[in-house]
Design a binder for this molecule. Sequence first.
Ligand code: 5AD
Ligand code: SF4
Length: 447
Amino acid sequence: MRKKLFIATFGCQMNDYDSLTMARLLNPTHELSDAPENADLIIINTCSIREKAEHKLYSLAGRYRTLKEKNPGLKIAITGCVAQQEGERLIERMPYVDIVLGPQGIYSLPEIVNSNGVGTDKKICINSLDPDFSIPLVKQTAPPPDQVRASVTIMQGCDNFCTYCIVPYVRGREISRDPSHIIQEIRDAVELGAREIILLGQNVNSYGRKHGGRPLKDHPGFSQLLEMADSVPGVKRLRFTTSHPKDVDESTARCYRELSSLCEHIHLPVQSGSTAVLKRMNRHYSREEYLEKIAMLKEACPGITITTDLIVGFPGETEKDFEQTISLLEEVRYDQIFVFKYSPRPGTPASRLPDQIPPDVKTRRIETVLKLQEKIGLEQYAKLEGKEVEILVEAEGREKSGDMQGRTRGNHVVHFPGSPDLLGKLVNVTIERACKHSLRGRLPYPN
Ligand code: 5AD
Ligand code: SF4
């Protein structure tokens, strides 16, 4: 009988992907369980992007410790960005932790788990980052968890070194994945029921340029990869995340014009509307250059949905700088934003900058941004009222509601009355009403 595996995942889509990879790697010996209480192995896949995310590890690990007191055979593993960052220190701080693995170390899990079975108390920590590492192709063992939507990693790491960000330190230098593995993984996902593919990476537009800090020669670039993915039979919709504004160029715009599966949405993190702040963030673009890229995308792809990430309270951010962020929101008119209070991360240059912003100012600024965006977002969503749009039906709606849930090509969630046999189908619905973060629609009445 297979043992039971429980995985708690924090953080971004890259971590979701890594958790899925770990479940696939361990599938021959472990079945996934949704309860930590009866697990033989618990993995906490951690995030360290902001302080709050890091704290979650310590409170959760404390809870699992008590499970281990009842079941001494239980193994506890910590993976992800905090594992990479803290390594052995995690075992010193929490002696009940058995295994610590950074993002490259997770591929050794089957070997480790088999040699670290019940009865051994050997501790294992792998948190080195090899610049020549190649991301393996791991067999998919079940339909994707999001049923019709599958994420496929195309690269790991980041070479941008934005001054606030810990990612380049914990995920290492950029590593591009072998294109044949990417295409194979997409084919396999389609075979298992996926209709929509999301290409994942910290910085997808620099795909194929460098590997572990060294330039790559004769490697397909991001737009070529998009073309290859677009031509895989059965891929109805293609998305990617995350893009860096400095790397979005005419070739990206061309893909929006030419590739039929590429959906009309881009997540393009701006971080701040002030050129002075962007400079201190080491973002390599000004407010004006960002706005030019947005104009280029809107021209290539009329009606494109634009979403973004924002940081408020970056060191030295004045009221004037903040006003620039507010006016940028009004100018771009995002459909959705993800806004964060600046959180100093250990070892990053911004954590050593003078003029750190007091917490009450950060709170006021984030509230101002959220209030404005609520209004803009609703106005953006309301533009779809009365329109007929194509949606990919992705799940059943809330229990007993009789609703199904789908997504427009612009990535708006739509709820509509419908039957479960529509799952995985592309249907046209008429939008009746816009809500805060979703739309309400209906299928056309039968003639
Ligand atoms: N503080 C606050 N937000 C951060 N982000 C990254 N690092 C920090 C930090 N130190 C945000 C950025 C990024 C998103 C994933 O997280 O907006 O785009
Ligand atoms: Fe972090 Fe900047 Fe790289 Fe994004 S581009 S992962 S914010 S360093």
